[in-house]
Ligand binder design. Structure first.
Ligand code: 2IT
Length: 445
């Protein structure tokens, strides 16, 4: 196959997009064998078409701050691949957002959504808007201006955005309100909506819960469980919160969370009111975790460091891309980590993944582990279409069985002769096959 040529071509055509190249490289290298075994993929130019988004919208987002000053941000929506369903994926509001980041996220989303077994294509969007320190009115004015442009390109059967970093229930509310006003309709055009206006139970918890259900399955392959395990988590947002909640429920002790300012080490375990406090920390819009150590005795704040230096059984990156590098992986391995599962998107660098594989550490990538978030978004879309609401147990059961199925698919395509499971390969092949076959079936479009 021409993996090398396709990558070289991509780097030439789109220079300065390292995260995007990283995501594409990982997928192409792991699907090479199945691609070569199916000549119909090459004949249909599947890879050449798959690596380019269907289309990208870029727009200006002007808004006025509380002091009356005009501010201008950039807005984007990347509609990456719609072979198996409407484009689906989150919106990220963060100062680091650029096309490389959104194209990597949109590309990953194609395979993640395919793995959920629900009919959703891949997309992603967002803005370089920084929510840190902004007032609620400023956030609202920004969201309204953003939607004033985005609404032309989305719809419940076309493209269904949701949240990501910097976009939670509050932002989805402001975005939805503006969409509804412009389109004159109440419809499932966004997911992560409030419970009283079309949202689904369990969606807020879903990414973290799904991640822990997946970890449970990984452990079960070695007849092990979460009971008594020491767990480190990075981040302190929605994903970290859901993961801490479920891991604790299943008997693990979560000893860290982190922010851009450093990490919290709490040997007694982050449970109960401490997990609730994560929501207060996030709502304060300060993007720091230090106040946790002042509030809870026995915990400490470690300034400017990542939590991967703490000795644990299980490490769960829950913050952002490339947050765990080769040196971090070596530290974890020296400290006898048994399992690493990304609940953030592309949380580990290629060097870190290589360390885990070399040392036969159980490791699974974000596109499999964190698929519970978008899967539950898919369940929200189903409920919106049927105009009814499932109860908590119904949604949670569906989420659980989706995660068990994703794990099974990873094992099916990723198990090596010695029994070690390459979850990267397994997830990429399982996700790819469905999309590639759909693209071939639908002709050159
Ligand atoms: O990365 C992700 O899968 C998300 N941010 C959730 C996307 C969604 O449409 O629920």
């Amino acid at each position: 196959m021409k993996v090398k040529e396709i990558l070289a071509e991509l780097e030439k055509k789109h220079p300065g997009e390292p995260e995007y190249h990283q995501a594409v490289k990982e997928v192409l290298e792991t699907i090479e064998d199945v691609y070569n075994e199916n000549p119909r993929f090459a004949k249909a130019g599947v890879l050449e078409r798959l690596v380019e988004p269907d289309r990208i919208f870029t727009f200006k987002v002007p808004w006025m701050d509380d002091k009356g000053n005009v501010q201008v941000n950039l807005g984007y929506r990347v509609q990456f691949n719609g072979a198996i369903g409407p484009y689906k994926g989150g919106l990220r509001f963060h100062p680091t957002v650029n096309l490389s980041i959104l194209k990597f996220l949109g590309f990953e989303q194609i395979f993640k959504n395919s793995l959920t077994s629900l009919p959703m294509g891949g997309g992603k969007g967002g803005s370089d808007f920084d929510p840190k320190g902004k007032s609620e009115n400023e956030v609202m004015r920004f969201c309204q201006s953003f939607m004033l442009e985005l609404w032309k390109h989305i719809g419940p059967e076309t493209d269904v955005p949701a949240g990501d970093i910097g976009v939670g229930g509050r932002e989805i509310g402001f975005l939805y309100g503006m969409y509804k006003k412009l389109a004159s309709e109440h419809t499932g055009v966004l997911t992560g909506k409030g419970l009283n206006w079309g949202g689904s139970l369990v969606r807020p918890e879903a990414t973290g819960f799904g991640g822990i259900y997946f970890v449970k399955e990984m452990l079960a392959t070695n007849n092990d469980t979460l009971q008594g395990k020491k767990v480190s988590i990075s981040g302190f947002g929605n994903v970290a919160w859901g993961a801490a909640l479920k891991a604790t429920q299943l008997g693990a002790t979560v000893v860290t969370i982190s922010g851009p300012d450093g990490y919290i080490y709490d040997p007694a375990g982050i449970s109960g009111e401490k997990i609730d406090y994560m929501l207060d920390l996030r709502a304060s819009n300060q993007d720091i975790v230090e106040p946790y150590a002042k509030k809870f005795a026995g915990s400490k704040f470690v300034k400017g460091k990542k939590p991967w230096e703490v000795k644990v059984d299980i490490a769960l990156p829950c913050a952002t891309q490339n947050e765990l590098n080769g040196a971090d992986a070596q530290t974890l391995i020296a400290n006898k980590v048994m399992l690493v599962a990304e609940i953030s998107n592309m949380g580990c660098t290629p060097e870190a993944i290589a360390e885990f594989h070399k040392n036969k550490i159980q490791y699974a990538p974000g596109k499999a582990v964190n698929a519970g978030g978008v899967a539950t978004s898919g369940l929200e879309m189903t409920q919106n279409s049927m105009k009814l609401n499932w109860n908590k147990d119904e949604v949670d059961e569906k989420l659980h069985s989706i995660m068990v199925n994703i794990h099974e698919a990873c094992v099916k395509y990723g198990k090596r002769a010695d029994g070690y499971v390459d979850y990267v390969k397994g997830a990429n092949i399982a996700g790819f096959l469905k999309v590639a076959n759909a693209m071939v079936d639908q002709g050159l479009v």
